[in-house]
Design a binder for this molecule. Structure first.
Ligand code: HBI
Ligand code: FE
Length: 289
């Protein structure tokens, strides 16, 4: 692969590890054709195993919209064709799923989201890493992220996140915006009829963290507030110390379109970041861990 050129473009990607995808044969928007024929029988078997284990779990802990949409995706048996998923998704929210080699540079990732395209890794993890891997694989990206793209309000929110990217880059504030993605897209909780449920792709594609995030007494669970979330550091290699709880996806969408992010970035940059396990005086605390 083009070792010299492509990894340099990835210097801001959220990992220092060598990326495993093949970045040599892609289009200018970093998409590829999903190499369906390259999946081995055991790749599909591993998908089916992960899918079965995780589906049982999310029935109890995930937001109902996630569980419903997952059933509509109808992909329990084998790694699905992204084009087939897009055919179901497009009529609902206008989103589509596009195959990519793996992590993308920030600007490319933002541009896809801004155009309602979700970039998904095509390859699946190895059996040795069934419970933990650094880069997003097809199970994380499809099982974790795609169900929420069927929700019209969340779908609009994720596009807004992508549209916010260029301003964050201009303010040198991508790490601040990325906290919003981390806490609200990867690890978000939401109230459903007074109960806390999980909807984030990070926890819902993880066997251990699904239950931990919703039901363990250990982590803090704090009501969503945009600036609070964007000030707070996170862990990339262990369960979160704090999860933020939405009242509704409208709350997240409204906060992102009603806020002028420029002054917000300037203000946040002047302060020390908040520690992952901190509780602040203004927090609406659902659980103190
Ligand atoms: N690329 N494929 C992929 N998936 C991500 O979640 C991702 C990415 N590139 C950058 C990135 N996330 C984040 O750093 C941005 O949200 C800022
Ligand atoms: Fe993800």
């Amino acid at each position: 692969m083009a070792e010299a050129a492509k990894p340099e473009a990835l210097k801001n990607a959220p990992t220092v590890h060598r990326l495993r995808g093949d970045y040599s044969a892609m289009r200018s928007d970093w998409t590829i054709d999903q190499p369906i024929a390259a999946y081995a029988e055991d790749d599909h078997a591993l998908w089916a195993q992960l899918y079965a284990r995780q589906t049982r779990l999310v029935k109890d802990y995930a937001a109902p919209v996630f569980v419903r949409s997952l059933a509509a995706m109808d992909c329990a048996e084998a790694i699905p064709s992204f084009e087939g998923l897009s055919k179901r998704l497009r009529p609902c929210t206008g989103w589509e799923v596009v195959p990519v080699p793996g992590l993308l540079p920030d600007d490319v990732f933002f541009a896809h989201l801004a155009n309602r395209r979700f970039p998904a890794s095509w390859w699946i993890r190895k059996r040795e890493e069934i419970d933990y891997l650094v880069e997003p694989d097809v199970f994380h990206d499809i099982f974790g992220h795609v169900p929420l793209l069927f929700d019209p309000v969340f779908a609009d929110y994720l596009q807004q996140y992508g549209l916010a990217g260029p301003k964050a880059m201009a303010h040198d504030a991508v790490p601040i915006l990325a906290r919003l993605y981390w806490y609200m897209v990867e690890f978000g909780l939401i109230l459903v009829n007074g109960d806390i449920k999980a909807y984030g792709a990070g926890m819902l594609s993880s066997f251990g963290e699904t239950q931990f995030s919703v039901a363990s007494p250990q982590p803090n669970r704090i009501g969503f507030a945009l600036e609070r979330v964007m000030r707070t550091r996170y862990w990339i290699d262990r369960y979160q110390s704090a999860y933020f709880v939405l009242d509704s996806f409208e709350q997240l969408f409204r906060a992102s379109i009603d806020t002028d992010f420029g002054p917000l970035y300037d203000r946040i940059k002047q302060q020390e970041p908040v520690a992952p396990d901190a509780i602040l005086p203004d927090d609406r605390v659902f659980n103190r861990g």
